[in-house]
Design a binder for this molecule. Sequence first.
Ligand code: ADP
Ligand code: ZN
Ligand code: ZN
Length: 804
Amino acid sequence: MSFLIAEVIVDVSTYHVDRPFDYEVPTEWVNIIEMGCRVKVPFGPRNVLGFVVGLKNKTDVPSNKLKSIAQILDIEPVLTEEMLSMAKWLKNETICYEIDALQVMLPSALRAKYEKIIMMQEDKDALPEEAKAIFGKRQQANFKEFERAELLPLLKQLITNKIVKIENVVKQQGNVKEIRMVKISDKQQDISKAMEGAARAAKQRQLIEWMGRHLGEVLLPQRIYEETGASSAVLQSVIDKGAAHFIQEEVYRDPFTREVSRTQSLQLTDEQHVALKAIVGSMEEQTAKTFLLHGVTGSGKTEIYLQAIQKVLDEGKEAIMLVPEISLTPQMTERFRSRFGEMVAVMHSGLSVGEKYDEWRKIQQGKVSVVVGARSAIFAPFTNIGLIILDEEHESTYKQEDSPRYHARDVAIWRSEFYKCPVILGSATPALESFARAKKGVYSVLSLKQRALHQPLPTVFIADMREELQKGNRSMFSEQLIDAIRVRLEKKEQMVMFLNRRGYSSFVLCRDCGTVVQCPNCDISLTYHRTTEKLKCHYCGYEERVPQICPQCQSEHIRYFGTGTQKVEEEIYKLFPEARVLRMDVDTTKQKGAHEEILQAFGEGQADILLGTQMIAKGLDFPNITLVGVLSADTSLHLPDYRAAERTFQLLTQVSGRAGRHEKHGEVIIQSYTPEHYAIELAKIQDYEPFYEREMFLRRRSGYPPYYFVALVQISHEDVMMAAEYAGRAADWLRENLSNQVAIIGPTTASISRLQNRYRYQCLIKYKIEPNLIPVLQRLLAMYRAEWIKQGILMTVDLDPSTI
Ligand code: ADP
Ligand code: ZN
Ligand code: ZN
């Protein structure tokens, strides 16, 4: 079937053009073009990148208006039909442009990059000497060349005088890397014939003879020189005689650094066995079932993933394994590589653009069957998926914060319905929403209540930092923690010290009684604004002056709270000059591979204490860790976010899970100024369900998810008055157009009230059922795109904000 007209989604997301445009397919391409190919098409004054999303034979566009496709960029489509329909779904689900949904599925190497090209319009004699030098013999030059030569004013003049013109050209990226290999003929006759031809050339005969023993092999020329001592001239002559030939082989930039040894499936525990059986059962039924694998830290969830994936591979299908970016450590990926070897592709942000593209190609070409990756790996271009896994499913990094604002969990479930395969959501501390869905029977729960090696969970102590202050201890270490560290140093056991620093906000805390000033309307901590010395609620806009004395106990020890890892490190050295500390935070892990080096050094016992932020909360599995210290549990507890308690509970459980995973018993010391807070008390007993019940009760009382849905509209502008005005207009408009069942809170300043020189306001929409929500928001966006954007306003809509 050949088609004459292509429907193309163009890469222009600033205008109001969120629909396919018809283009004529040039006759020489009618048999080549396919849905999912990238093309270059004329759009307005320039060529832009586009995706073919439909093919047909008729169009309503009059023939004098119909433009032709300028170029086809792919012979094989880069997007499958599944992906094209997924993009349509994403567009509605997250209210984004279809082009954004299409682009997010591709590695960045295949997304559009534009290059500014300067083209001659007149004869070159019209150019001044400096410009002539840049063009040389060419008819076009790069904008960058003018920029580098500091000739931009001259360029502008040339453009005004129409001597040259400037054009945006789509830059082709993502080159496949190829190398030249030698393929030895697989026919004995070719060898014999070459042998006859080389009657008197001893060296050639030697090489041909060797080739006769390696029929059909593909080798690097270098290997042949090394193995046989032949020179390149000899090899060339032998090739001329037909014993072998050169071929171009695609090579992948291999991001793996170390070799791994193979591992075998472990004998499952009873709990693991029950869980795996349920998962395999649903694979056999070919149903799209979502499992919530709720297992305490160290319960062997990963072994279940591995064996379920093995089953998928046995069936000739493919598996996607998602892990949060920060848990995507070499330790983690090696567990997969050592089980499945070359079948595994790894995708994470540490790879270069080229490496990412290569991993993507391996998947697309069916060279691998398993991908282990962070959020965006959910779009891996497999075509026969048998299983999708999200480990640590509660992690907020599974939600993308830019357009398209998708949640990997939703995409996973969508794809599982397409392929009729199971999804496993794994966690020791599931997201409240997930557990609620499981309770309703939407997901099936599989639970692992015991650690795989039957080690007891670590013992957790809470150190009350208010008492420490009363005793006169002003340091950030409680006496209990100091003693525990001393014992470990003597016994030469290892420790992890965790500094909880999440989010950007800061709050004001009374060091005597632990009071954190709350909004009288919202049950949310007030945020400290240093510039105005005020406390603000960014949910409702309430504000007050920073108190000089604690409103609860009248103490003067009330102040802004926050410490850096560097300061903690100094304090450790003051207390224990002999301790060896490794610090892991954004500063020490800037360089590629630094993360890995620090962990390796710690694993080899080169340090006693690993000190770090969120980065160390996950995935660490070292036998010698017997103590985990949490320096300030409160930091995440008082973030101005309705999920603050949930996040704190999750984090404390995760960090605690790092201790005593092997033979030696583990101990955890959590320091807090508010030890009576339920998130901390329940983290101490390490039991999820009581926490769940308590938190659900509070969510219902204050009307937050999962009882209500929330959507967030954010508006920013360089001018604070403009931002406030348009946020007000948006809020009014929403109030007019949504039913009165919906609560619209705001406009208020965003939690980060100013970012990159833009003032940020937001409106929060809370609702239970509102069938009109999406159409109303789409109309608001249309209004914004048509009018507001010209005033310098930027607006975003998030239907499932991970923080508000
Ligand atoms: P989780 O992912 O639930 O935190 P892991 O998969 O990391 O737990 O398992 C914790 C430890 O238990 C690992 O060292 C793992 O090798 C080991 N383990 C898991 N399952 C088994 C099993 N069936 N038999 C023996 N050891 C196991
Ligand atoms: Zn107080
Ligand atoms: Zn408030």
